[in-house]
Design a binder for this molecule. Structure first.
Ligand SMILES: [Zn+2]
Ligand SMILES: [Zn+2]
Length: 291
């Protein structure tokens, strides 16, 4: 799968795909959803859903490059990790091969940003070498928020079990970790904003460069259907009410500020514009360049 790219001022945003899932019944992701909740929004077909109301979903990381920086955002599930969810367990994804094909090197990454510490956002931070988990990006500062780190360490749900031990602790031990505020200014027009609700210390990443804006959402929103059906709570949402409020605010701001909206789990064409539609929104994808 070729990487796609978008430009935001001085930055390029490149999607590196780990896996794309098709024909996903909506209730697998959103327990209260029905196929009709999807089918009533014809604009979701064919990029984001099929005509039977089944979803397409993607696990991907983004690389931001520009202004001398190379930042990796949410490095996916990873390989060889023991996970409760079968489709994340002991995988052999060709992710690093795609990352290299797209023109990046592990040594070239200077920062890793995590919107949160669910297993599908942190896995490639470490890889197995001689039976030990070692950092994959040896020169990168790995950023965490304090609330997220504490919550992940508990490891008390299927999304975090084992994650701290195999994907976070080796980074702390190597001295590559920085705990940053939830509204951290990362310099060069990049900053975090708290979007708590999905998880306690969840953040989204805003990019502002030469008058252009983008946001990488993380799991404040999982799928474009939630632009129209904002109320749909995802399985992993820790505080669904708070997550809904954050999602609405994120969408309102993106629509008002003409922000390029980059959905962390959005498939096919994951970056686009958010437009108001009745009391909610729709997502209008922007074609990326093939890298
Ligand atoms: Zn998540
Ligand atoms: Zn996720």
């Amino acid at each position: 799968m070729k990487a796609s790219q978008w430009t935001v001022g001085d930055f390029t945003v490149t999607s590196i795909v780990e896996e794309e899932y098709r024909r996903v019944p909506p209730e697998m992701l959103f327990p209260s959803a029905t196929a009709d909740d999807v089918k009533r929004h014809g604009w979701l077909v064919p990029d984001f859903a099929d005509e039977k109301g089944r979803l397409i979903l993607r696990i991907q990381a983004f690389v931001l490059s520009g202004n001398g920086r190379r930042i990796l955002v949410d490095p996916c599930v990873g390989n060889g990790k023991r996970r409760a969810l079968p489709y994340w367990n002991e995988q052999t994804f060709p992710f690093l091969e795609r990352f290299v094909e797209a023109g990046f090197s592990a040594e070239g990454i200077d920062t890793v940003v995590h919107t949160h510490l669910h297993a599908d956002h942190v896995g490639w931070d470490t890889r197995l070498e001689g039976g030990r988990w070692v950092p994959t990006f040896p020169r990168a500062r790995h950023l965490y928020t304090a609330r997220e780190l504490a919550w992940c360490k508990l490891g008390d749900n299927p999304g975090t079990a084992g994650v701290y031990e195999d994907s976070v602790a080796p980074i702390l031990a190597a001295g590559l970790a920085d705990v940053v505020p939830e509204d951290a200014d990362l310099g060069g027009g990049l900053r975090l904003e708290p979007t708590t609700g999905h998880t306690p210390g969840h953040v989204s990443l805003y990019i502002e460069s030469r008058g252009e804006r983008a946001v990488i959402t993380g799991d404040a929103i999982h799928h474009p259907v939630q632009c129209a059906e904002i109320h749909l709570a995802e399985n992993g949402d820790q505080e669904p009410e708070l997550a809904r409020a954050m999602r609405r605010r994120l969408l309102e701001r993106a629509a008002d500020d003409k922000t390029l909206f980059v959905g962390t789990h959005f498939p096919t064409r994951p970056a686009g514009r958010v437009e108001r539609s009745g009391a909610a929104f729709r997502f209008v994808p922007v074609e990326g360049r093939e890298r």
